[in-house]
Design a protein around this ligand. Structure first.
Ligand code: ADP
Length: 746
């Protein structure tokens, strides 16, 4: 009998440290495998489960992975396995797999687990020979399965793996850190205390660095940048400077595993002692510990876990001849790279860090890590640097346009700090372009944005006013009267339109006058960027509301949830994936009576087979012909008594609340780059206006003049479908009704 060319049957396991979002990946592997008519098994208790066999390796059906998306940790369990480190243990694991004809393995774990399973894969043919020789395995069966197919997904809160921008669990860990530090900030301010907070990350400072950026921490110590032996002086200088100008709370974040350049470890207790002895501060220690691992996964970890699980199975089935791959995400797109290259690179970074070489460690972590670190060093300064002699002090202005969005304040805060740090003045315009018309603008001070990093809404005020030609000309005169050299617009669609009108009005007036637009929109409907500020916060808001809606269900029920976005389906499709919706309606695809009828029939069939809950997420214009109420009434009327239907229109709550960690970091990076661009334009002979964006993971600028040709003005969305439309087949595969694709394993 010949060897098969693709895996015969598949097993999925979680191993190493648990991470929120692992369940989304498990669910996706099971459902994608079943949809491809493959038998899929779950291995419980990690690699130890492979060694133990028995009911620790269990066939899965689609309903077996229902209701796990929102659950933290891993429902499959995980364990460190000594047995798997031995050849005897791995031989037992091989036998347990082949007894079930499993020769495809999806491993979700850290670099240890991926290394261990790659050793297992390499040894596989020898292990089979040993089992045949020992009379434990039928030679024909061994011949049929000479190869073990392996694919890896990284589940690790540390975000320490090469080959992917993000690992499963890191975003949720940042949520926990940000929630905790925001809470500590308020008590620290009340008592004028200093808090020294230890965050996890083994030998990776990602959580501390990004947590620091996202919370406005005043000093951050990370392993990649071991400070010199006099770090206590440097820290005390920064913190006492802040006190002098009236800062009430000081927060120091320390990544576990941080050392100074000589390799002496820096513990939170050392930091506390230094603050007490040198500054007389009342310093308190908080070790966040396992709180960072726990809790319900963030929206990002739910959909990224899903995307990675789907891609892992596709990798095995569609490119079986590749060497083992690691599935990763880069710039919101799935990528795969040779598994062991990624592991080797990850381990070599760990070695460089252990050897205390800050320059190389930073380089190996990559550009955005280094850039974030530089930014953090600018923001934590209590005072701006002095302007260089001979440089002209620019007068820049900042304003919003469109609806309020979580992260707008974070963006203004960084705009001010970067502009002032470069020696320039920033004027804040109140209430958007209407405020510019009325000339309500004033100079902002370094400390005027204190606390804005986490502040919901838009402190400067915003408006969706778009000027006509005459009004735009009046605004241009106002800017000239106030000697403004350049304008930063942080906002949504109306803000872009207004900025374009103003740019047109100033273009005729001799020297063009620069504007930079920073995308801030919960709908994520702006051109020249993969993600707008605010969209991730809105996704998290939807996910947490839908969790509650599901919990409040009674009996057999379908919930129809309407989300924002008007003619842009981003929020609907991505939140639909993150909440496990059976049906997602996005405006880009339109909706017809026929489609509603077909979907209703599928739901009815599901409920007839024992389904108890259904979720429909509807995006699109709230007033389109098939309204949410229409869908609710139709489904209810045609339910044949199988289910009740309720609807919820989430509305403005999606704009509210504190910005998510990603939105804070995103706002910080985009706006810092935008201000630097604006300064360069204002200083150039031929200034240009631009839109800043994050595209494929890189900050890029697109001429503002391109706005009209990049968008569909009626639908108010980019002409070209966003990266997220590629998620549609994944959403459909996950939603496969329990009646279909649930093969009973042979
Ligand atoms: P993580 O996957 O989070 O990095 P560990 O490093 O603890 O976690 O590894 C998890 C498990 O992977 C270990 O308990 C062990 O069973 C297995 N493992 C790690 N390295 C090897 C190896 N070199 N050979 C065999 N098994 C290994």
């Amino acid at each position: 009998m010949g060897q098969s060319r693709v895996p015969s049957k598949l097993a999925v396991l979680t191993s190493g440290g648990d991470a929120a979002g692992m369940n989304a990946a498990v669910r996706a592997v099971v459902r994608t495998g079943l949809a491809a008519e493959l038998d899929v098994f779950a291995v419980y208790e990690g690699l130890q489960g492979l060694v133990d066999g028995g009911d620790r390796i269990t066939p899965m059906t689609s309903p077996d992975v229902s209701g796990i998306l929102h659950v933290g940790g891993t429902v499959l369990g995980t364990a460190r396995s000594q047995d798997f480190r031995t050849r005897d243990g791995r031989r037992r694991a091989a036998l347990n797999l082949l007894e079930r004809e499993i020769d495809g393995l999806v491993v979700i774990g850290g670099d240890g687990s991926l290394t261990g399973t790659d050793v297992f894969r390499e040894e596989w043919p020898e292990l089979l020979d040993e089992l045949v020789t020992a009379g434990l395995l039928d030679p024909d069966r061994a011949d049929e399965h000479r190869r073990l197919w392996l694919v890896g997904i990284v589940g690790s809160i540390d975000n320490d793996m090469s080959g992917t921008d993000m690992t499963i669990g890191a975003d949720t860990a940042l949520h926990r850190i940000v929630e905790a530090v925001d809470a500590i900030q308020s008590t620290a301010s009340s008592h004028q205390r200093t808090f020294v907070i230890e965050v996890m990350g083994r030998r990776c400072g990602y959580l501390a660095l990004m947590g620091g950026l996202a919370t406005g921490a005043n000093f951050v110590l990370i392993p990649e940048n071991p400070p010199s032996a006099d770090w206590k002086d440097a820290m005390c200088d920064v913190l006492s400077g802040g006190r002098t100008i009236g800062r009430r709370a000081n927060i120091v974040l320390v990544a576990e595993g941080t050392t100074d350049v000589d390799g002496n470890s820096i513990a939170v207790a050392d930091v506390k002692q230094a603050l007490e002895e040198r500054l007389g501060e009342d310093a308190r220690i908080t070790i966040l510990g396992h709180v960072q691992r726990g809790g319900s996964p963030s929206a990002f970890d739910r959909y990224m876990g899903t995307v990675m699980g789907y891609a892992a199975v596709k990798q095995l089935l569609e490119r079986p001849d590749d060497e083992p791959q690691l599935i990763g995400i880069q710039g919101h797109r799935v990528v795969s790279s040779p598994l062991m290259d990624c592991v080797a690179k990850t381990q070599s970074i760990a070695e460089v860090i252990a050897n205390g070489d800050p320059v190389e460690a930073m380089q190996m972590r990559g550009g955005s890590f280094t850039r974030s670190h530089e930014l953090l060093r600018t923001i934590v300064r209590a005072r701006p640097r002095r302007i260089e002699v001979g440089e002209r002090r620019l007068r820049l202005a900042v304003l919003h346009g469109g609806g309020p969005v979580p992260g707008m304040n974070t963006a203004v805060r960084i705009a001010l700090r970067v502009a002032m740090d470069r020696g320039h003045t920033l004027l804040g315009v109140h209430d958007g372009f209407r405020g510019l018309l009325d000339s309500t603008l004033d100079e902002m001070g370094w400390m005027s944005v204190s606390g804005w990093v986490s502040e919901p809404g838009a402190e400067l005020g915003t408006d969706d006013f778009v000027p006509d030609r005459e009004q735009a000309a009046h605004m241009a005169r106002q800017l000239a009267i106030h000697h403004v050299d350049g304008l930063l617009m942080i906002g949504g669609w109306a803000g872009y339109e207004a900025a374009l009108a103003l740019s047109d009005a100033t273009a005729g007036a001799g020297r063009p006058w620069p504007i930079v637009c920073v995308p801030a929109s919960v709908s994520n409907n702006l051109p020249a960027t993969d993600m707008s500020i605010g969209a991730d916060s809105a996704l998290n808001s939807i996910v947490s509301d839908v969790d509650k809606i599901k919990e409040a269900a009674m009996g057999n029920q379908i919930d129809v949830v309407e989300v924002m976005g008007k003619e842009c389906g981003f929020l609907a499709l991505v939140s639909g994936m993150a909440t496990g919706a059976e049906l997602v309606y996005v405006p880009e695809e339109g909706l017809s009576l026929r489609r509603l009828q077909d979907d209703l029939a599928t739901l009815q069939a599901g409920f007839q087979c024992g389904k108890r809950r259904g979720l429909v997420v509807r995006g699109g214009d709230p007033d389109a012909f098939y309204t949410t109420k229409f869908i609710e009434d139709l489904f209810e009327h045609e339910s044949d008594g199988l289910f009740d239907v309720r609807s919820a229109i989430l509305g403005q709550v999606q704009r509210g609340g504190h910005p998510s960690p990603f939105d804070r970091i995103h706002a910080t990076r985009l706006t810092a780059a935008a201000v630097e661009h604006l300064i360069a334009q204002a200083q150039s002979e031929q200034p240009d206006s631009a839109m800043v964006g994050l595209r494929r993971g890189r900050v890029e600028f697109t001429p503002l003049a391109d706005f009209p040709k990049l968008v569909d003005p009626t639908a108010r969305r980019p002409r070209k479908a966003g990266w997220w439309m590629a998620l549609r087949p994944i959403a459909d595969t996950m939603a496969t009704a329990p009646t279909a694709g649930t093969r009973a394993p042979r």
